[in-house]
Ligand binder design. Sequence first.
Ligand code: TEU
Ligand code: CA
Length: 591
Amino acid sequence: MIAAAGERGSDRSWWREAVFYQVYPRSFADGNGDGIGDVPGIIDRIDYLAELGIDAIWLSPHYPSPLADLGYDVTDYKGVHPDYGTLADFERLLAAAHARGIRVVIDLVLNHTSDQHPWFVASRSSRDDPKRDWYVWEEPRDDGPPNNWMSQFGGSAWELDPATNEYYYHCFLREQPDLNLRNPEVRAAIADVMRFWLDLGVDGFRLDAPDAAFEDPTLADHDEPVSLSELRRRWVLAATDEERAEAEAGVARMLARQLDQPEVHGLMRELRALIDAYPGRALIGETDQVSYYGTGDDELHLVFDFGLMRSSSLSADVVRRHLVERWAGIPEGGWDGITLGNHDEPRVRSRLRATMEELPAARLAAALVLTLPGTPFLYYGEEIGMTDLRFDDPAQFRDNWGRWLYRAAADELGLSAAEALDLADRHGRDKARTPMQWSDAPNGGFSPPDVATWLPVNPDHAAGINVADQREDPSSLLGFYRRLIATRRHHDALARGDCEFLDTDETDCLAYLRSVEGRSCLVMLNMGARELEIGLALPGDELRVLVAGTAHPPSQDARAVVRLGAYEPYVAELVPADRPPRGSDRPTRPR
Ligand code: TEU
Ligand code: CA
């Protein structure tokens, strides 16, 4: 038994106990029927989110943007994209969410802007422009780029500006020039943006790509001998986890001078100090590096454990080993965000389908993310079991990374058109960004039937993967998410308790005990297709079932054997014989 993530003392910060829900604004709800999601659409659906029971929304970028990276290329940090509405709409969203006890955290893209941002337009206008140093400009080296660094989205990280004959640096697309965060004026501009939204009432930020904030000032070449496209090829074609890990390690060596530079921690401390002046706001970073917790209370409030999201299969052993190792590295005070997916990754249901029966896998994954220690981040549509869309025409891609992959697959790797499409389908990002499926109507109820939606609606909306078909059905996946979230809300042990793994004789069973202030919940997940009998012998206690299949008695002696059906998740409260169970209709924590 291993005591783990927990022992957090009396810290009851909301972001430790909240369930977050990521809204991708372009795809969540189309309020004006033009085929594109928007802010009024989110307001229309806010009661759906309240009913689901989530506590906070993470809104992917809502800013004006030419959409080269679907909003992660910002042209105005204080505005709302006209496709999505107005600032007044945004304020109405904030009010509607807050009225229902739902907090709103927005995306903050501070590593780079759009190349159309007025700051960059000024910066590139001449070498003497006052904003020249707001970005990372370098002289050519031997008539070529300053060094051999690569963009994370392929190709050189440097783009020549012919008019001024210098190169600018871009960690991501060439349409996303990196800001020079060493320049105090840039830091002040970012601080100004943060205060603007905090003053408006947002509850925090999800920092985009914080690890990319600085580059090695010596500009020394990387010395990875294998090319990025070759590493990508090996990654894509990897037959084993080891081969894949080796390719990933190569990419990490190649990018080492472009990521995670020591100065980033000073920047994190600065942002944290700013946000600490606004009580109750959260600073969440898109990184899985625990070093971004700083000393535990001076950098980010939350970083992510991407382990559950990135593993290609869920087995009791893999999950337990991963978590034990992860928790050992979290500093005192640290508390991870945990997630099964986001707008950059395959959808969980599609990812696990290769190794496990599809729907049971989606349920087990939900049970994990909602009962393990850490703050759950759900991705829109996960709760109804949305799947990755297979594109049959590359012209349908909207994500430039997917388009690049497709072209690179054909040009650099020499794959056939069909193979290239397959590769871009598997590793591009559009597949998990399709419109939310609200009903079985044409266009999934997202937009009126005759409207072309910005990405195609997944045809499986007609086969039960939609809100309307699941909303009234407690046995649906949506019903299961709702029950788990409600159970979490009623049982502090699940929301903030310590976690202790229990040894059983069955390798397919992941069992753990969550405990806080003398109350405990037992979680057992049968991750295999075989029925199991687990004798736990937790002395003196009674097990009251909170979430499980219907075959279980509502309560039983904790020394008896618990039968777990194939792939069955089982969550029970441990009630000492002399104490009445916690009333299940009485919330134990306020919204
Ligand atoms: O992603 C940062 C990041 O590290 C990406 O390389 C990510 O690993 C990749 O998208 C996986 O395919 C963030 C955003 O989440 C992503 O959507 C943006 O494209 C990126 O920053 C640039 O802003
Ligand atoms: Ca719209």
